[in-house]
Design a protein around this ligand. Structure first.
Ligand code: PLP
Length: 381
């Protein structure tokens, strides 16, 4: 048989494939890399647009508390030193703010870090994890990373169907964890406390319920801190990335029973929150006046956007967070057309919502720019 260069290359390739390291679990092969909102710098590079409005990652357009700058400046002479691995001052601030004991708190490098730590601490390859269709994508990611079985329960009017989720737990005796986002990203829906309470009470106490409250500051009614007093199998995860305006610093926290926090703190990397992150988060937590301003501004702008969508004849899902999901034909084309005019929003095809865009509520001028651009695209102006 004649051996050509290309057949030799193919043979080498085959050897390479066979000798490649394989992932710990086949489920890792099902993972797609997390799709982030397009960075402003990338858009400028690709399309040469300079005046970019980013409404794609649910960041706070008002920035963060002015006290953060001072707190960060105070740390600048200490950068050669590791941070406090226990994050004592930040935890003390969180303990005072939430009325929970310091040994019930775990800090994370953003709340995604905590979702990962939770899965690594409690979920093994033979376990199942229950979450809702259209819920935050990281729940299925951390489940698959553990080689566990993800059970996605169909949503009900874009929200968690708690009855069906309870049934899924009952049908799968190996369920170890349930993830619930309240309010949910990307749909913005919110669950009633009484329904949530009833759901948790109906589950075996060996099932850990993770309540993700990333957007809680925008919707104080979604605050389910009280459930921690009643249930040892509840964990609440929060972040400084959204209303606190510190997404670039990566800080989140989990509230749980002390034994759960003890486990999480064993799995957590020793210095998972930076010195600057700790100082900034503590300073921003102390400035609740800023958070109130953020909440009011978001609410006012949300109402304005809803009116505009009504006028444009676009459907939307009522949102309790700082973003809104809008129904639009040819969403992928509209997303692209908006991009080319310097407005970044979030397409939702990867969530199985190809006819929807998720739009973060911006400042008044950002929202006006969005609506003007959208209107001109829709009317072919
Ligand atoms: C529901 C929800 N949970 C968690 C996160 C993670 O945020 P971070 O890791 O920045 O704290 C996000 C971010 O988009 C989110 O929407």
């Amino acid at each position: 048989m004649q051996s050509t260069e290309s057949s030799q290359a193919a043979a080498n390739n085959k050897d390479q494939v066979l000798s490649q390291p394989t992932p710990a679990y086949d489920s890792i092969l099902e993972l797609a890399p997390y799709q982030t909102g397009k960075p402003v710098e990338e858009l400028t590079r690709e399309y040469g647009v300079s005046d970019v409005v980013k409404l794609a990652s649910n960041e706070n357009p008002m920035g963060c508390s002015p006290y953060v700058t001072l707190a960060i400046t105070e740390q600048l002479g200490q950068l050669a030193r590791y941070p406090d691995g226990n994050g004592y001052y930040l935890k003390q601030g969180i303990a005072d703010f939430t009325g929970i004991n310091i040994e019930c708190i775990t800090l994370g490098n953003g709340s995604n870090d905590l979702l990962d730590i939770l899965a690594r601490s409690f979920v093994g390859a033979h376990d199942a994890v229950v979450y809702s269709q259209y819920a935050f994508v990281v729940y299925s990611m951390v489940t698959k990373m553990q080689g566990a079985t993800g059970i996605e329960v169909p949503a009900q009017r874009f929200s968690h169907d708690l009855a069906a989720m309870g049934q899924a737990v009952a049908d799968n005796a190996n369920t170890k964890m349930v993830f619930i986002a309240n309010p949910n990203n990307p749909t913005g829906t919110q669950l009633e406390r009484a329904d949530l309470r009833e759901f948790i009470a109906s589950l075996p106490s060996s099932v850990l319920v993770v309540l993700d409250e990333a957007y809680i500051e925008y919707s104080p009614k979604s605050n389910n801190r009280a459930l921690l007093d009643e249930f040892d199998n509840v964990v609440i995860v929060r972040t400084f990335s959204k209303a606190y305006g510190l997404a670039g610093l990566r800080i989140g926290y989990a509230l749980s029973s002390a034994p759960v926090a003890d486990l999480l703190n064993r799995i957590r990397q020793p210095f998972n929150v930076s010195r600057i992150g700790l100082a900034a988060a503590a300073a921003s937590l102390a400035d609740q006046d800023f958070i109130e301003q953020v909440r009011l501004t978001n609410e006012e702008q949300m109402r304005w956007l809803e009116k505009q969508f009504d006028t444009l004849g676009l459907g939307f899902v009522n949102s309790h967070a700082n973003f809104i999901m809008v129904e639009i034909d040819d969403a992928a084309d509209i997303y692209q057309a908006l991009l080319e005019q310097g407005v970044i929003v979030r397409p939702l095809a990867s969530y199985g919502l190809p006819n929807w865009l998720r739009i973060t509520v911006g400042l008044a001028e950002d929202n006006m720019r969005l609506i003007d651009t959208l209107q001109s695209i829709l009317t072919n102006d």
